[in-house]
Write a protein that binds this ligand. Structure first.
Ligand code: NAD
Length: 332
């Protein structure tokens, strides 16, 4: 049924149901690391809630998932405040929607906009804090303002430097992920031991990082890609592309596929190529992230309550396998 056909009362009932459904799925996904539905189903339901909220703004509930990042943080971990919040990201599901996003953004600024285009690594966000070049804290995103302290676990991840090449006070953020091969080995072992397998590498990574026993994390072969330099102006860095190179020089693992361009056609080509090549990567990606490359322009554009205005995730269409099977059944 089209949203315009809803009465206010019917919309209120529908919104309440959507919020309840989504919050249930969020608990399974963020708190328990065990989703019961595909991300595409979550994304479609979330999109429908967004459409209702746009049509009936007075029905936006304070507990709506559109108003908050992540979910409740586990009481098992020490809390870590994020003075600069760790946000979520808006998303689009087609090149046409991406183009429309870029056009809206460019209409609001006077300069030519250069973008940095990156792979969207399918893991969980991680913050790393260094003092005088020494790793002192690792934390999860949590609800965006307060994360979980996972320092002991982070110290077991092989590609995270304990000591930087320069004695800097610095915070970097990025993605902690489980490579596909490690995921396959882990799930095979779990099944052999009679344990439930993880639903996907993202949930396996989250379940492995958010462990009370760092020895378990050490055994899980986690890896990282860092992509955010916090307070880049302190290091004289003015573009996202340079921030990634700066972090690589300090000894962090960064993804080699970042590309900067002002040309939307080149961006589409990058997305088409990466979409076609994604199965060949040794780690999972669930989309492409497009960011305004200029860090001062990012700061100028700012954030909404939940997402930065200067970046967007282009999400891959869901895998087709299930639909094809159903089509065949219907044909028969
Ligand atoms: P998101 O995962 O869609 O996007 C934001 C995150 O992308 C960032 O926090 C960061 O961790 C990550 N990221 C990866 N590569 C990046 C890069 N190069 N640059 C910047 N960030 C990068 O947003 P979210 O709020 O973490 O999660 C929402 C998504 O989680 C939903 O769209 C859905 O797909 C999934 N989800 C699924 C369920 C379910 O039940 N299946 C429930 C809740 C959420």
């Amino acid at each position: 049924q089209a949203i315009s056909a809803y009465t206010h009362a019917a919309a209120q009932t529908e919104v309440a149901q959507l919020v309840k459904q989504l919050n249930g799925w969020r608990r399974e996904y963020y708190t328990n690391d065990a989703p019961s539905v595909e991300d595409s189903r979550y994304d479609q339901t979330y999109r429908r809630l967004q459409e209702f909220e746009a049509a009936f703004p007075d029905l936006i509930q304070s507990d709506s998932p559109t108003q908050a990042v992540g979910d409740v943080i586990s009481p098992d971990f020490t809390k870590v405040p994020h003075p600069i919040p760790m946000l979520s990201m808006g998303d689009v599901f087609s090149l046409a929607e991406l183009q429309a996003w870029a056009e809206r953004l460019e209409a609001g600024v006077s300069e030519t906009v250069d973008y940095n285009v990156e792979l969207k690594i399918d893991g969980l966000s991680l913050s790393l804090v260094y003092e005088q070049g020494k790793l002192v804290q690792g934390s999860t995103r949590g609800d965006g303002n307060v994360g979980e302290d996972v320092t002991a676990n982070v110290l077991t991840i092989p590609d995270i430097p304990h000591q930087l090449k320069q004695p800097l006070d610095i915070e970097v953020r990025g993605e902690c992920y489980m490579p596909k091969a490690a995921f396959a080995t882990l799930n095979a072992r779990r099944e052999a031991e009679g344990l439930a397998p993880f639903a996907n590498p993202r949930n396996a990574a989250a379940g492995s990082l958010r462990q009370l026993d760092a020895k378990v994390t050490a055994d899980r072969q986690l890896a990282t890609f860092l992509y955010t330099l916090v307070e880049p102006e302190r290091y004289g860095i003015t573009t996202q592309h340079d921030a990634i190179a700066f972090m690589a020089n300090l000894g962090f693992a960064t993804n080699p596929s970042s590309m900067s361009t002002a040309d939307l056609a080149a961006m589409d080509d990058y997305i088409t190529t990466q979409t076609a090549d994604r199965d060949g990567l040794p780690y999972g990606i669930d989309g492409i992230v497009v960011k305004v490359n200029s860090l001062p322009l990012q700061a100028q554009l700012g954030n909404t309550v939940k997402v930065p205005r200067w970046e967007i995730a282009y999400k891959f269409p869901p895998e087709q396998a299930e639909t094809v099977v159903r089509d065949i059944e219907w044909t028969i």
